[in-house]
Write a protein that binds this ligand. Structure first.
Ligand SMILES: [Zn+2]
Length: 286
């Protein structure tokens, strides 16, 4: 559990200062949802839930997404629709039986469309006692202001294990890719006439390895992009190489790397791709 923010919410609850609506910006919606479910168990469990509880009806119903006083709303297609909000309001017009609060969690809250946000607004503006709401989003900047301004805002960041998982590589392989990237990227930015390709090709001949290396390179740029936009980013990735923190250049470079990755998925020769990469990257600085 991401403890800092959640324990703050719990201590506010104990002081009876619980806000009625929270906006949580997070890099991991599912992990946040899971942590919130645990939070609601902590607030309501009759067995004095600490880290887990398998004994009580309430915790079991939360696990099964079946607790009537906990409603989780996700976008229905591209948007969260007005009827989803109306249904929520209808269901929460009664006092909860098992728990102290009726709680709703709105996933991808930036997808509230104008009419559903409007319907939600009255709910948030004139809070009914005993109802607590959580709006979850990856990007609070694109959320409707009228909702945002009525919420207490928190940020919940989770460590990214996704890269190792999505590349399906071991930490050792990752470390070896990273040390190669540290050697390779400076060459791209230097004007030396040097056989940059051999740095990679002497060590890796498999197409998959080279593709993985470029996926990590893209993540480095992507995290600088997030950093420059004031978003949460992974420092371990930005620490791999010191990029010139210029958002226009970084955006162009990300486009080049994405194109390189597309070409790798086709049958284009790796040597050709690596040449093209250096030419295009250096082109940005000319
Ligand atoms: Zn319990």
């Amino acid at each position: 559990m991401n403890t800092q923010v959640l324990s703050e919410i719990i201590s506010k609850y104990r002081e009876n200062k619980l806000a009625h609506a929270y906006l949580i910006e997070t890099n991991n919606l599912d992990a946040t949802l899971n942590d919130l479910k645990n939070l609601l168990k902590q607030l309501n469990c009759p067995e004095k839930y600490a880290t887990s509880c398998t004994n009580c009806n309430l915790c079991n119903l939360i696990n099964l997404n079946n607790l009537p006083s906990l409603k989780i709303i996700e976008p229905d297609g591209a948007f969260i629709k007005k009827n989803q909000i109306e249904e929520l309001k209808q269901e929460f017009s009664t006092i909860p039986i098992y728990s102290k609060y009726n709680a709703y969690i709105i996933k991808n809250a930036e997808k509230l469309n104008p009419s559903s946000a409007n319907s939600m607004l009255k709910f948030v503006e004139e809070p009914t006692p005993g109802i607590i709401g959580f709006f979850l989003t990856n990007n609070k900047d694109i959320m409707i202001d009228t909702i945002k301004s009525r919420c207490q805002i928190y940020t919940l960041n989770y460590p990214e294990k996704d890269l190792l998982t999505s590349l399906n590589i071991s930490p050792e392989t990752y470390a070896s890719y990273v040390s190669l990237i540290k050697e390779y990227l400076p060459l791209i930015y230097s004007n030396q006439i040097i056989n940059h390709k051999s740095i990679i090709l002497n060590k890796y001949s498999e197409r998959q390895d080279i593709e993985n290396i470029f996926k990590i390179i893209l993540e480095i740029y992507n995290n600088y992009f997030l950093k420059l936009n004031g978003k949460s980013y992974q420092e371990d990735l930005t620490n791999i190489y010191n990029l010139d923190e210029n958002i226009i250049k970084i955006t162009k470079e990300m486009q080049i790397i994405a194109k390189i990755l597309t070409n790798m998925s086709y049958n284009v020769s790796i040597e050709l791709i690596l040449d093209e990469f250096v030419i295009e990257m250096r082109g940005i600085y000319e």
